[in-house]
Each structure stands twice: as structure tokens, then as C-alpha cells.
Design a protein around this ligand. Structure first.
Ligand code: MSK
Length: 634
């Protein structure tokens, strides 16, 4: 059995895995230790076939690859490539939603509709589309076309960068960092990092910045905005989280991955009378839908569908023995799942034309017959209910209530009430010293850390110190399970000032803002704070900070970079793979701050990392000459 993970629920199911000789991520992770030192430090180059080359970090062996690239070039080049991969994932996600919008507008996706026509119209205006007397579908068609052009645009600037404060935009313009289109920046990141191309580390870091900005202010922002239009803008909603949401007497179906196009329709299909009747005929009380990873966040925010688990829990969800079907699309899906499912009855179904898995059944999703495909998948799950072996069922009891569904728009209402829809109350609370500042705590969970415990420890420390926390992705899931996403948690964990605000407004001290692509909601909220006034003239002047304490994916690198480049201080748990180059590490953790306004820090201890964020927030408060905190928590 693998070492204890620090999470009793995971440990209980991992014990069962150990007894059945089932290998999980924790076992495989252990077998990889110690991790390759060259790779960890960013000193391994596999870009061309002169190598793989490596640089000796002790200065005794080779200091240059066969082509002459030194530690600075190799680590900066690797970093830029990782950022490009992350940006590509989010942008492709955004592109798919633009395609769905277009199919809907052209009558080829009959199972979808425009769920937020106000947002559709606002976005169309932002893209320069004339509304006149056009109906929603006509506007959707023109908007879909305009957004798809944005992906392939070769010159000019992305439309969404206009949302940024002028000072921020001027900084990017000075650096030639304003993305032209999503695709061109990702392609250039790949071409410029080819052997013998871009060979100056600062120039390569600028490349990482531009590519990541194309994600944050491009692909991801498109994904968030179009998801709201197609599936509805979230509103605060009560739900539950943790593996205890699985039910012994229902057909348990898990949706896992990232894109909401299928999962949203599965929600409708699971409420279909015919499907519920079928489940009852099979001996179950109904269909119990829940989610893993960011797909979970998408359906949680919009429909209150429970979140069964985050990234690290995808394997152990199957080990509960109670899952009839797990439906996957793209990103963060472990290829190990089919091997684990062999010991249980769970059917694994891949659905995206982009992602296949050895050992999974594949039912390709297609917007033209979305509901039909969703029902087909649910019928397979229902049919599989009879194969559940009661002796193998071990559903943990633990589950926790949470409130999710906070967006840049609805936070207006929550903070200001219906007569005062503005960021004024938030800015005033910060200016008057009731709230110290705002922190975004996001990202994955990682066996290098303790099963999501870093997130909860960090967030508790931040709210205790009157920092309002906004979360997305698996980090939000981890804190939901720790009971931090309820208004009541303010009484247990928040400092006096933050508690007072939460009590007055009725919000949790930790706001769930959605999935990985929804980190852009944090960007737009920062823009609104600047626009509201009193907290400086650009994002880098705000008393805010960001963190990804257990990051693991390349998407997290792109996200971190677009926050840093947007002027935000970002602390991550394990370092980016640049420590083999003192020049690159110094540059991105220090010298870059006067250039873009933000910078990176690496700190594994979640409390020390939170203290770095608090110190940064205090530094910004001081620069803005804000009042001292009203209630300093002892
Ligand atoms: S799912 S990228 S493990 S947050 Fe977005 Fe979670 Fe990280 Fe995947």
C-alpha cells in the first residue's frame, strides 16, 4: 500500500486498493522517486536529436548542450513550450465552444439554446457586431464567426485585451506582448523554441508571456464567456462535495474532464422521465450524476450537481465500487483508469474526438445529436447497474455542503444588493480596512503534496487574516471538502473584518468561481476593481495575490504566467523547472516585477506561502496609502 496521503477518505480507499493489488497514482508516483534532477531543474533538453542533452548543475560536467545552448536558454525554452501547451489546451476548449455556438446558430445543434441572451448581446457589442433588430441566433452566428476569426487573426490585438486597464495594456504594448490571435502565438512559441531559433532567455520569457496572455485574455476568456451564453451564467447555488455524494441505491454516473458541451446535456438527459423510469426498472431509485475535475465545476456552478472529487480522486472514485459509468472528454484524465476499472464493474466511456484511451469504450460526441448521445450513454450506465457487486461497494460517508457559482457579474449583486450593483462595496471594504485584500487560490492537487490539504491550510490562513479568497478548479474542490465554501465558515475561520462583511452580505469567505478556464473571471473582476476606483490605476496596484499550491499541469503554467503578466504576484508550491538557471529564476522571481507588475515565488509550505501573499497585499496597501486594518486578527 502507498504511504498515507494525509486525507483519511483517500487513505481508506487506498487501503482497499492495496489489498486488491490495484496500483494508483500514489504508487506510481513513489516508483518515480527520486525524480530526475536534470528535469526538475530544467536542465534537460530534448528539443532536437543532437541530444537529449543535459547541463551539469554542479559545474563539473557539460555546461552547454551540443548546439551550444546553456542552462538559461534550455530552461527558458522549456518553460515557454510548457506555457504554449497549456495555452493550447484552453484555447482549443474555447474554439470548440465557438463551434458549438455557430452550429446552434445554423440550426445544426438543436439540443442547445441561448441561455444568457443578455451576455450574448453584450459580447457581440464588444466584438463590434451591430445588434439592430437581429434575433439571438443571427447575433450568435455573427459572434461565433467573429470569435473564430480571433483564433486565426494574424495581426492587430485580441479583442478582450481592451478589458484591461489602460496602464496594463500600455505595458504589454511596450513589450510587444499583446497577443494578435490565439493560434499564431502558440505556433510562434513552438517555432521560436526550435533548435537554433530564439536563443536569449529574456526574449524567451517574453514569448512565454505573450503566449500565456493569448490564453488568459483569449482562449480561456472565450471559453468562459461562451459557456455562460450556451449553458447559462452561474448564480450562487448550494451543492455537496466529496465521494460521499455517491449513492448506494442509485445509478452513479461520473462526468470527468473539462468541456461542458456534453456534461451539460447529460444533466438534462439524467432528468428525463424515460431515463429515470429505466433506472427504476433496473432496480435503482434513480440516476445520481456527479463530477470529477473541472467538468464537475462546470455542472456544479450551473446546476448544483455534486462534485465527487478532484484530480487525485478519479481513480479512487472507481475503487468505491459504486460507479456505473465514468464519462470522460479531455484533459486531466489518467490513462490508468481502464486498468483500475478491470477490478470493478465501472464502464469507462471516452467521448471526445481529441482523446482516446486504451481499454475504454468510445462513443464519439457530436453536437448535432447531443441529447441522443447523452441518453445512449446513460442507458449503458443503467444497464450496468445490475453488474454492481455489493460486496465491493465502499462509499465513504464524508460529504460537505458548499456554495458555488460566483462570477464577475453576480458578485456585483451580492456585494451591492439590487440597488447598488457595483464593486464599490468591495473596494470600500478594502479601502476602509475591513478586508485586507483578495487572493485567487487555484489549480490542481498533486501527490507531491498532501492530497489537497495544502489548499485548505493556505486558504484558512488567508481568511483568518481578512483576505477574501476566490477559487477555481480542483483547489476549490479541496476547500469545499474542507468546509470552507459556506457562509458559516466565516464564523469559524475568518478574521473579524472579513467575518463582518460575509455576515452582512451573506457570502462565504471563499468564493467558488468555476473551472480552470474560469480563472478569467478573476482577471475581469480585477479589471472591475480598478475601474471602480480608489485602488490604483492598474491591476498591479491592487492589494491582490494568486497561488497554485499543488499545481501539476502545463495549463497551470500558462495560467500563472497570464496572472504574473497581468500584474499579479503568484506563489506556487513546487518550483517551475528553472532553478538550474540562476539568471532565469532571478528574472522571473524578482527582476520581472518592474517590467510587468507581477512576479513568481516558489514556496512549498502553504502557511509560509500565504504569508508571502499577505506581505505582498500589505505592501500594495501601503503603496496605496490605505487605512490600517480595522480588526487585526490576533
Ligand atoms: S482539472 S488542470 S487537475 S485544476 Fe482543471 Fe484540476 Fe488542474 Fe486539471
Amino acid at each position: 500500500m502507498s504511504k498515507p496521503t494525509g486525507n483519511p477518505i483517500n487513505d481508506g480507499l487506498l487501503k482497499i486498493a492495496g489489498e486488491k493489488n490495484i496500483e494508483t497514482i500514489w504508487d506510481r508516483f513513489e516508483l518515480q522517486e527520486p525524480h530526475c534532477g536534470f528535469g526538475t531543474l530544467g536542465l534537460c533538453c530534448k528539443i532536437c536529436n543532437l541530444g537529449p542533452c543535459r547541463i551539469d548543475p554542479f559545474g563539473e560536467g557539460p555546461q552547454k548542450g551540443a548546439c551550444g545552448a546553456d542552462a538559461d536558454v534550455i530552461s527558458a525554452r522549456n518553460l515557454a513550450r510548457s506555457a504554449a501547451a497549456g495555452a493550447a489546451c484552453h484555447s482549443d476548449h474555447g474554439r470548440d465552444l465557438a463551434m458549438t455556438l455557430l452550429e446552434l446558430a445554423r440550426g445544426k445543434a438543436k439540443d442547445y439554446s441561448i441561455k444568457d441572451p443578455v451576455k450574448l448581446r453584450n459580447l457581440a457589442v464588444e466584438f463590434g457586431i451591430k445588434i439592430d433588430n437581429k434575433n439571438d441566433l443571427k447575433i450568435a452566428e455573427e459572434l461565433g464567426e467573429a470569435i473564430l476569426k480571433e483564433f486565426g487573426k494574424q495581426e492587430g490585438e485580441l479583442t478582450f485585451v481592451k478589458r484591461a486597464p489602460k496602464k496594463q495594456l500600455d505595458t504589454w504594448r511596450r513589450l510587444n506582448a499583446v497577443p494578435r490571435g490565439m493560434d499564431i502565438e502558440i505556433v510562434q512559441a513552438m517555432s521560436r523554441t526550435h533548435i537554433g531559433c530564439d536563443n536569449e532567455y529574456r526574449h524567451l520569457i517574453e514569448l512565454a508571456i505573450k503566449t500565456s496572455l493569448a490564453d488568459g485574455w483569449g482562449g480561456s476568456m472565450v471559453a468562459t464567456e461562451l459557456s455562460d451564453i450556451l449553458f447559462g451564467s452561474p448564480r450562487p447555488i448550494r451543492a455537496e462535495a466529496n465521494l460521499g455524494v455517491l449513492k448506494e441505491d442509485e445509478v452513479n454516473v461520473l462526468v470527468h474532464g473539462h468541456e461542458p458541451t456534453l456534461s451539460d446535456i447529460i444533466v438534462s438527459a439524467s432528468q428525463d422521465k424515460e431515463i429515470i423510469e429505466l433506472a427504476k426498472k433496473a432496480g435503482a431509485k434513480g440516476i445520481n450524476l456527479s463530477g470529477i475535475c473541472c467538468t464537475a465545476a462546470e455542472v456544479l456552478m450551473r446546476h448544483g450537481i455534486p462534485m465527487a472529487g478532484n484530480f487525485l480522486q478519479q481513480e479512487i472514485a472507481i475503487i468505491t465500487g459504486a460507479v456505473e459509468a465514468m464519462i470522460v472528454d479531455i484533459q486531466c484524465i489518467m490513462p490508468s483508469l481502464p486498468e483500475i476499472a478491470k477490478s470493478f464493474h465501472t464502464k469507462l466511456i471516452s467521448t471526445s474526438p481529441k482523446a482516446r484511451f486504451k481499454g475504454m469504450d468510445h462513443i464519439e460526441f457530436n453536437e448535432k445529436d447531443a441529447l441522443g448521445i447523452a441518453k445512449k450513454i446513460l442507458r449503458i450506465a443503467i444497464e450496468n447497474y445490475k453488474n454492481r457487486d455489493a460486496s465491493k461497494v465502499n462509499i465513504p460517508k464524508e460529504k460537505m455542503t458548499l456554495i458555488a457559482g460566483f462570477t464577475m457579474e453576480n458578485i456585483f449583486y451580492n456585494l451591492g444588493g439590487s440597488f447598488r450593483k457595483s464593486y464599490r462595496p468591495l473596494n470600500d471594504a478594502i479601502i476602509s480596512g475591513r478586508i485586507r485584500g483578495v487572493a485567487g487560490v487555484v489549480g490542481c492537487d498533486n501527490p507531491k503534496n498532501q492530497s489537497g490539504l495544502c489548499h485548505a491550510d493556505m486558504v484558512k490562513h488567508l481568511i483568518k487574516n481578512d483576505v477574501l479568497v476566490v477559487q477555481t478548479g480542483c483547489s476549490a474542490g479541496a476547500c469545499a471538502k474542507a468546509g470552507l465554501l459556506t457562509p458559516e465558515s466565516a464564523f469559524r475561520f475568518a478574521g473579524e473584518g472579513l467575518k463582518e462583511i460575509c455576515e452582512t452580505v451573506g457570502i462565504p469567505p471563499v468564493l467558488h468561481a468555476g473551472s480552470c478556464v474560469d480563472n478569467t473571471r478573476i482577471l475581469t473582476a480585477c479589471c472591475e476593481m480598478v475601474k471602480e476606483g480608489g485602488l490604483g490605476s492598474s491591476i498591479d496596484e491592487l492589494p491582490v495575490a494568486g497561488a497554485a499550491p499543488e499545481w501539476m499541469s502545463e495549463k497551470a503554467i500558462a495560467i500563472g504566467w497570464y496572472f504574473v503578466a497581468s500584474g499579479i504576484f503568484v506563489v506556487i508550491g513546487t518550483p517551475l523547472r528553472v532553478l538550474g538557471s540562476k539568471a532565469v529564476a532571478d528574472y522571473i522571481c524578482n527582476d520581472i516585477e518592474p517590467v510587468v507588475g507581477g512576479k513568481w515565488a516558489f514556496e512549498e509550505d502553504p502557511i509560509k506561502a500565504a504569508d508571502l501573499m499577505i506581505a505582498h497585499i500589505d505592501k500594495k496597501r501601503e503603496a496605496l496609502k490605505l487605512k490600517p486594518l480595522i480588526c487585526v486578527t490576533p
